[in-house]
Design a protein around this ligand. Structure first.
Ligand code: SF4
Length: 373
């Protein structure tokens, strides 16, 4: 076990497109940090020192530097950190100051990712973001002044009424900030969000599939020319700056998790997924009663494990290593999924010993992986 995810389910206010588990709050209550430390004590230590730690949310940058230090001290005492461990924290540009970022750096965070989403004021307003484009730019300056080298951003495309030209302008402005990592997400309307209601009323005009594809492939071209590596469907990085924690998920490696709403993956048997319910009161009650707050969500059989290994791996540029697959499951991808491989036609192809999808095929990812589910 070499990775740990810490969920911080609090945000200043709820963005109308977001379906992640978080509740509105100005800060992270001290009591929640105590619960995280109690939860931490329950985790098995068998996997050795941690190689990646990820503060996700919600808005982890609502944690004070003292709270981050307290949590990382607890993590270090329980597991220890491997040399060069990656410690990531997701930050909202509307919640940071030079002191706060300096404090995170001193506490041991060495990778920071800002959810800027757009550098266009009207987009930010419609997305319900609490920060301006100017604050996003300043946040990156503060982070670099605090000594962060690995500074990433999240950017969105396929926004309401956004043309391809407008998105490319947004992307160019973002590149002026020289992020070392860029996560690029097309807006999707999730069930139960306020955006779904707006869409049902006919007031949300989203770009059609053709514009979506132009944006996706255009971004790939622009970013590749600028020296970024498109290493996962939605992620680009300068060489060597890939998010090691997220690669753990796509490579289907084990990852522990603490916090209300957090998911963990264990590699015993063919794999098990556990999740902590999205319920803060229940989280506190379970831990106070000495119960494990996580519940088993899925115990995989061999077939399910093979399918998941394939469709997670195909999200990445490295794809799926056929020899490693055969060592684990006793047969290669083509033998395990003869029909699915044939239905994918030339889109799913061999590159040396790896199975990969190319950029155009990533656009059809959901359709292409359907036969393997
Ligand atoms: S800040 Fe992030 S996690 Fe919080 S509501 Fe907005 S998109 Fe969701």
């Amino acid at each position: 076990m070499s990775s740990l995810y810490i969920h911080i389910p609090f945000c200043r206010s709820k963005c109308p497109y977001c379906d992640f588990f978080s509740v509105p709050s100005e800060d992270v209550p001290a009591h929640y940090v105590e619960l995280l430390l109690t939860h931490l004590q329950r985790l098995p230590r068998g996997g050795g020192a941690l190689e990646t730690i990820f503060f996700g949310g919600g808005t982890p940058s609502l944690l004070t530097p003292t709270q981050v230090a307290l949590l990382l001290d607890g993590v270090a005492a329980h597991f220890g950190f491997a040399d060069q461990a990656e410690v990531s924290l997701e930050a909202n540009p509307g919640t940071v100051s030079p002191d706060r970022l300096d404090g995170y750096r001193r506490a041991g965070v060495n990778r920071i990712n800002f959810g800027i989403q757009s550098l266009h004021g009207e987009n930010l307003r419609r997305l319900g973001r609490i920060h301006s484009a100017g604050e996003a730019r300043t946040a990156l300056e503060y982070a670099r002044s605090a000594g962060f080298v690995n500074v990433g951003v999240d950017l969105m495309f396929a926004l309401p009424d956004q043309s391809t030209a407008a998105f490319f302008r947004d992307l160019e402005k973002t590149l002026d900030l020289a992020p070392s990592h860029l996560s690029l997400y097309g807006l999707t309307v999730e069930e139960g969000t306020p955006f779904q209601g707006v869409q049902q009323r006919g007031d949300l005009r989203l770009p059609d599939e053709e514009v979506y594809a132009e944006n996706f492939l255009g971004a790939d071209r622009i970013l590749t020319e600028k020296g970024y590596r498109h290493y996962e469907i939605s992620n680009y990085a300068r060489p060597g700056m890939e998010c090691r924690h997220n690669l753990v998920y796509w490579r289907r490696r084990p990852c522990l998790a603490i916090g209300a709403g957090a998911h963990s993956f264990f590699d015993r048997g063919w794999g098990e997924r556990w999740a902590v319910p999205q319920d803060l009161a229940r989280y506190g009650a379970d831990l106070a009663a000495g119960r494990d707050p996580a519940k088993l969500v899925e115990r995989f059989d061999r077939r399910g494990a093979m399918a998941e290994t394939l469709y997670l791996g195909l999200r990445t540029a490295e794809g799926v290593d056929d020899e490693a697959f055969a060592r684990r499951f006793g047969c290669g991808v083509a033998a395990a999924f003869a029909e699915g491989v044939s239905r994918a036609g030339g889109r799913l192809r061999r590159e040396g010993k790896r199975w990969v999808l190319d950029r155009e095929s990533w656009l059809l990812y959901d359709t292409l992986i359907a036969p393997f589910l």
